[in-house]
Design a protein around this ligand. Structure first.
Ligand SMILES: *Cc1c(COP(=O)(O)O)cnc(C)c1O
Length: 823
């Protein structure tokens, strides 16, 4: 990409200010953390759902970024860089992408539908890549932001595009159409589910079809409703000689008519009729969704005039698709980012940004990379670009696998190369992987899944998946409730409410929250050791931990005269000056804090003191989640007002005041003072059902089926024979038990897990490391995924049944359960 900034002023309908427009842009970014940002980057400062990127502009200018699209110029940045000021930066990004798309003229496939878009896209890429230089959306980049970013990655060597478009409500598709402008439309499974954003199925289909306004061919599964919508659509958006190319299981008037479907040994044979010939196609899957997705691909290949033999050969090699980038725990304190099924330049760029955002302090950044195929560039050009990208990203070690990358080793700093995966595996031990964040990227033929399995930490198959995007969403939901200038402290005590302290703290640091709160000093120390720079308040500092609190620059909450005196003594010995402390007042919770009758002594002790500085004064509400105790909350707030005002007046200080936790933020917005302390809400739980629906589920506890068996009538299951089969029953065993934090009370048909979207009740007593469920009605097998909690059952539902609160469910999940973070 090389675009003159001057041309963009009219494209984006922008006002320009700054030193220089005669600049050529070669990179677009919306990610302030990316190490790929540079002087030729055009940075779009998006603001909205997740973050306001305008906040990062001063930092970015310091790092050398010179060109920004903004909706306002941040204070003190005027004149220091080029600014294109627009009304809406997201719209500008989309306008830019549309403009950029018009610079290219090759066939572009546009995929939409309710299910299967990403899989069909990945498979089409695999099926067509021997013959084309394909640009495709990475992973599931199909949103209002993802689509423009995908399209911007087109370069002059590409000769086929495959992009997916996802929408959640009306009026969204036209914007995406304007960016992708597909010449070939593919409608994947449309689903019958009622989507919240649409009045009905017909409206949903009509909206999706808008992607195909300029498509010369539309590929779809025939059914009455779709046909009817297509008729109106084609009248409204006519295109000369447009082809409707359809398939169907039941309707012989479809262009491709599937006569028979037979499942054998996890494979499916479909017999289809096309242009009066019959074919038997073998598909390497047995589930119906995969079969439908394969047939969508089949139609594209037929439209491209591939012969049956080629189609069959390539289809046999189709594979399951990983939908997103994940971080997994690896051996020897390594973290692994598994992107083992793709190697192309664009997805490498994205994966490197992800690597940077997941980087652990002091860890080595390592990339394991195979040969890259079909880039369109000469190898010389390609590997120069890759080497440059790797160098820009400050990767410490590169492991190249494949003859081609090996022959360009000289271009890379710190590279070790191997001819093939087998050679790498034979030398694996000598490579000493240790305290590294490792990105694994390889073309499918290199079978890097074997490398992933060597590097992955071997634990049982139970994981707690944490969705970092949902955390951002929930944070912003609560932030939006705050008055301007009110600060936010986020509680990450108890290992981020069971979800993983460091990873969440890093995300919060990125979102520029003001404070973190932990319960004990060692929790704070491990965050500081992990590289967290935000100030951290320790709620419950023991006097024995004071020296390390000081050493690690943690900030103690002081709640008694005794504690204060002990801290002052150490502070004096160490000659501290203005060391930040937080004063906790007891206004009715009766847990920790200075009571009213100790305030005078507190004031006496602090007066004239210069070793410490009262950073904040706080108290904690006992019943902010229960409106029946409304009056009690108000009495707490009033007492807090009185006592804190007295402290402030008599000590002549100006501390941050804070009293609200999550439900306080929702129910007592008038008491925000200067800061609030967000806890459980961040993790997706509210005490109020009307608020709950705006929060996103953060944690999903998953396991697998270890074994399936049938037991006859009259047999029992588990310890104590507490389940007796009244009929022949199919039982699945799942390797998670009370030692992992699943309460025994959840057993014996009180609780259930989800398998293939169906409820499977727990039968018999939960064991230490296992539990058994009734799967008589569920078509499932060993190795299938099991959801213990998440979207369903929710932790709220579990807590109700177990007569506890979601906090306890979340924080009980034992540390032996692996945490996996994803976006
Ligand atoms: C845990 C805690 C919070 C957060 O409470 P939530 O109900 O999870 O929002 C706030 N303040 C103090 C002192 C806490 O201990």
């Amino acid at each position: 990409m090389s675009i003159n900034l001057k041309n963009l002023i009219s494209v984006l309908d922008a006002k320009w200010t700054g030193p220089d427009t005669d600049i050529f842009i070669d990179h677009i970014s919306i990610d302030s953390r990316s190490l790929q940002n540079g002087s030729k980057t055009l940075f779009f400062a998006l603001s909205g759902a997740n973050n306001d990127a305008h906040l990062y502009i001063p930092e970015l200018i310091e790092k050398g970024v010179q060109n920004f699209v903004v909706h306002h110029i941040p204070k003190n940045s005027e004149g220091k860089a080029n600014f294109l000021v627009v009304k809406n930066t997201l719209t500008a990004l989309q306008q830019f992408a549309g403009y950029y798309r018009d610079l290219f003229d090759f066939p572009v496939l546009g995929l939409t539908g309710s299910n299967g878009k990403t899989i069909v896209k990945e498979w089409l890429n695999f099926l067509l890549s021997p013959d084309y230089n394909i640009i495709r959306s990475p992973k599931s980049y199909n949103s209002q932001v993802g689509v423009p970013l995908s399209v911007i990655a087109i370069n002059e060597k590409h000769n086929l595009g495959i992009f997916e478009a996802g929408i959640s409500t009306v009026n969204e598709m036209s914007k995406l159409e304007n960016i992708i402008k597909p010449t070939i439309g593919v409608l994947t499974n449309i689903g019958s589910a009622h989507d919240e954003g649409f009045e009905n199925l017909e409206q949903k289909i009509k909206e999706k079809l808008l992607l195909f306004k300029k498509s010369k061919v539309i590929i779809y599964q025939k059914n009455e409703l779709v046909d009817q919508c297509l008729r109106t659509f084609c009248e409204e958006y006519p295109i000369k000689d447009r082809v409707l190319f359809s398939w169907s299981f039941g309707d012989s008037s479809a262009d491709v008519f599937i006569l028979e479907k037979e499942i054998k040994n996890e494979k499916t044979i479909v017999q289809y009729q096309y242009q009066s010939d019959f074919f038997d196609l073998e598909i390497p899957f047995s589930d119906s969704a995969s079969v439908e997705n394969t047939i969508s691909c089949l139609l594209v290949l037929l439209y491209f005039n591939y012969d049956f033999e080629t189609i069959q050969n390539r289809m046999q090699m189709l594979y399951p698709v990983e939908m997103r980038l994940e971080v997994k725990n690896g051996i020897n304190n390594c973290s692994i980012i598994d992107d083992s099924y793709s190697s192309d330049f664009q997805s490498l760029k994205i994966a490197l940004d992800f690597l940077e955002s997941q980087q652990k302090r002091n860890a080595t950044k390592t990339v394991i990379l195979s040969d890259i195929f079909q880039s369109g560039f000469s190898n010389e050009e390609l590997y120069s670009k890759v080497a440059q990208l790797i160098a820009d990203n400050k990767v410490n070690r590169v492991i190249g696998i494949g003859k081609t990358i090996a022959s360009f080793a000289a271009k890379f700093p710190n590279i070790i190369t191997f001819e093939n995966t087998a050679e790498f595996i034979s030398k694996f031990e000598s490579l000493n992987f240790n305290n590294e964040t490792i990105l694994i990227k390889g073309a499918r033929s290199f079978q890097f899944e074997e490398i992933v399995s060597l590097l992955e930490e071997k634990t049982h198959e139970t994981v707690l998946e944490i969705n970092l995007n949902s955390i951002s969403h929930n944070l912003n939901f609560f932030k939006a409730k705050l008055n301007p200038a009110v600060k936010i402290m986020v509680m990450v005590k108890a290992f981020g409410y069971g979800n993983g302290g460091l990873e969440i703290a890093k995300l919060l640091e990125h979102h520029k929250v003001d404070y973190l709160g932990v319960a004990f000093a060692d929790e704070g120390i491990s965050l500081k050791n992990g590289g967290i720079k935000l100030p951290i308040m320790v709620l419950n500092p023991e006097s024995t931990s004071f020296p390390s609190i000081i050493q690690y620059q943690l900030e103690p909450e002081i709640y008694s005269i005794k504690g204060l005196k002990a801290f002052l003594k150490i502070a004096r010995e160490k000659n501290l000056k203005d060391f930040p402390i937080h004063i906790k007042l007891d206004t009715g919770m009766h847990r920790l804090g200075f009571e009213e009758n100790t305030i005078d002594e507190l004031i006496e002790t602090l007066k004239g003191n210069t070793t410490v500085q009262v950073k904040s004064v706080l108290s904690h509400l006992a019943t902010s989640d229960e409106m029946k105790h409304y009056d009690f909350v108000i009495s707490q707030i009033n007492l807090f007002e009185k006592l804190s005002s007295k402290l402030i007046a008599e000590l002549n200080i100006n501390p941050i005041r804070h009293i609200l936790n999550t439900s306080g933020i929702s129910n007592f917005p008038a008491a925000q003072y200067n800061m609030v302390r967000l806890g459980i809400g961040l993790y997706g739980v509210s005490n109020d059902p009307s608020e709950q629906k705006y929060l996103e589920n953060v944690s999903t506890l998953k396991s697998i089926i270890s074994q399936v068996r049938k037991i006859p009538t009259g047999d029992s299951v588990g310890y104590g024979r507490r389940f007796m089969a009244e009929k022949e029953t199919k039982i699945a065993t799942i390797p998670i038990g009370y030692a992992d934090g699943i309460a025994r009370l959840w057993g014996n048909q009180v609780g259930y897990v989800m398998i293939r979207n169906q409820k499977a009740f727990i039968v018999g007593s939960i064991c230490m490391d296992m539990l058994m469920v009734d799967v008589s009605e569920i078509d499932c097998k060993e190795g299938d995924s099991v959801i213990i909690f998440g979207e369903s059952p929710t932790v709220i539902e579990m807590a109700e049944a177990l007569k506890t609160i979601p906090y306890e469910i979340l924080t009980s999940i034992s540390q032996r359960v692996k945490r996996v973070f994803f976006r």
